[in-house]
Design a protein around this ligand. Structure first.
Ligand code: EPU
Length: 414
């Protein structure tokens, strides 16, 4: 795959685009497959690089994966507990869900620490604290983590921060723990509900997903299931923002509007005119865009994953917009790249100020992480002239068929 995306900007987008299934659900659901003693069928798994890596890791563990049409069948009958000391583990963050899944199934895991976007420090202390509460012993040597337990026993776990990853990892490990595990101050993201509904179809006994208290009553065996993954709210938000920037009557299909209310209400405030249906958002057009302020927060607050794409739109708004990222205070590398295109953005200690209205010009820029890449694609669509985005692999990690989808809307992108 070519690692450069070229965009000739200033073309109006119109038409319809369909959002793929959710990356951050799928990357938790695939490792969960090792818990099943029967076949799991997943529909509409997004065709993105992170998923390809996870399938390779599942195959290393002895899981057979076969694709037919829009369904991937996973057969974990012969799953083995192999040490995951493969460089692929370091290509993404979500490989850490094998910790919870393998610990649950085999009571032993040895694997590399995960990789993923460099958004500043991304500790996993809360995941490890959760495993320890269930009775596991953890040792770390360099970038190798080993987790062992004679048996896992349910416990009350309070998360100091409502971490998405820690909530998911504890849920995975606790399915086979003896007795009841309670996660207090659990994350409430839709991806957690999706994983819980998949595990419950497999026979797990999880209650409360989507609230701040989740209970998991341990069982001995999980069967197979058929599951459709929810739509990707961040991909949806990215196309809605792109449409607000350069679109006219763009209908974004396969959306759960309640998942992106924080975004759509901000866009309304900025002057974007939208029609919100039961499963779509149509961006009709814009009045003069107004500056606004955004503070990222855990769900249902404004998603950190959308602050970078929104920054590109804020470059078009009259006046100064402010963004505070309380989840990842160092997630601002996109600002340097946008400034190379003519934007006027200052950032310091977890927040940025975007002085809107300065024209963007096509430039040579680099996707420094996944959502930075999404912001640069939107900026490239806005800019006059040709934009070249290097290290586009970051973008392919999370956006299914982004070139084809934007081209179908009328973008000049390759
Ligand atoms: N944190 C800790 N200790 C932990 C875990 C998290 O201090 O043990 C801190 C993190 O450093 C961060 C905050 O808590 O400051 C939030 O982390 P969280 O665990 O909620 O995030 P994550 O599970 O690492 C997932 C998504 C991210 C998304 C965040 C927040 C996946 C694979 N990743 O990360 O998605 O930004 O939740 O919603 O689900 C992306 O898709 O571009 C992406 C980065």
């Amino acid at each position: 795959m070519k690692d450069v995306i070229k965009i000739r900007g200033n073309h109006k987008l119109s038409g319809e685009v369909t959002v793929s299934s959710c990356k951050n659900s799928a990357v938790a659901i695939l490792p969960a497959v090792v818990l099943a003693s029967e076949v799991v069928k997943l529909y509409d798994v997004p065709d993105i690089e992170d998923i390809k890596v996870l399938i390779k890791l599942l195959e290393l563990l002895g899981v057979e994966a076969s694709k037919k049409g829009d369904c991937i069948t996973f057969d974990s009958t012969n799953v083995k507990n192999i040490d995951l000391l493969d460089d692929d583990v370091k290509k993404l963050r979500a490989s850490y869900y094998f910790m919870g899944a393998l610990l649950g199934r085999f009571k032993h895991v040895k694997m590399y620490s995960p990789g993923g976007c460099n958004l500043g420090p991304r500790p996993i202390d809360l995941h490890l604290k959760g495993f320890e509460a269930l009775g596991a012993k953890i040792s770390q040597h360099g970038d190798v983590i080993e987790i062992d337990a004679d048996e896992l026993i349910g416990d009350e776990i309070y998360l100091d921060f409502a971490s998405v990853g820690a909530t998911i990892n504890i849920m995975l490990a606790a399915c086979f723990a003896k007795g009841r595990t309670t996660i207090n101050n659990a994350a409430k993201e839709p991806e957690i509900i999706d994983l819980s509904s998949m595990l419950n179809k497999m026979g797990a006994r999880i209650r409360g997903a989507g609230t701040s208290e989740i209970t998991i009553d341990g069982i001995n065996r999980l069967k197979g299931c058929i599951h459709d993954i929810i739509p990707d709210r961040i991909e949806a938000g990215t196309y809605i923002i792109a449409a607000a920037a350069v679109g006219n009557n763009v209908k974004v299909n396969n959306v759960i509007p309640q998942h992106i209310e924080a975004l759509t209400s901000k866009l309304e405030e900025m002057g974007v005119i939208m029609q919100i249906g039961s499963d779509y958002v149509k961006v009709v057009g814009c009045n003069d865009l107004l500056a606004t302020d955004v503070k990222t927060q855990p769900f249902p607050g404004f998603a950190t994953d959308l602050q970078q794409p929104l920054t590109a739109l804020m470059c078009l708004a009259k006046g100064d917009s402010h963004i505070e990222d309380t989840i990842y205070p160092e997630r601002f590398k996109h600002c340097d790249e946008l400034n190379k295109m003519g934007a006027s953005i200052k950032y310091h200690k977890g927040s940025s100020t975007i002085h809107g209205g300065t024209p963007l010009t096509g430039s040579d820029i680099t996707a420094r992480d996944l959502r930075c890449g999404a912001a640069l694609v939107i900026a490239g669509l806005i800019a006059d002239g040709e934009t070249i985005i290097h290290d586009a692999y970051h973008i392919y990690r999370g956006y299914d068929s982004i070139i084809e989808k934007l081209r179908a809307l009328g973008a000049d992108i390759e």
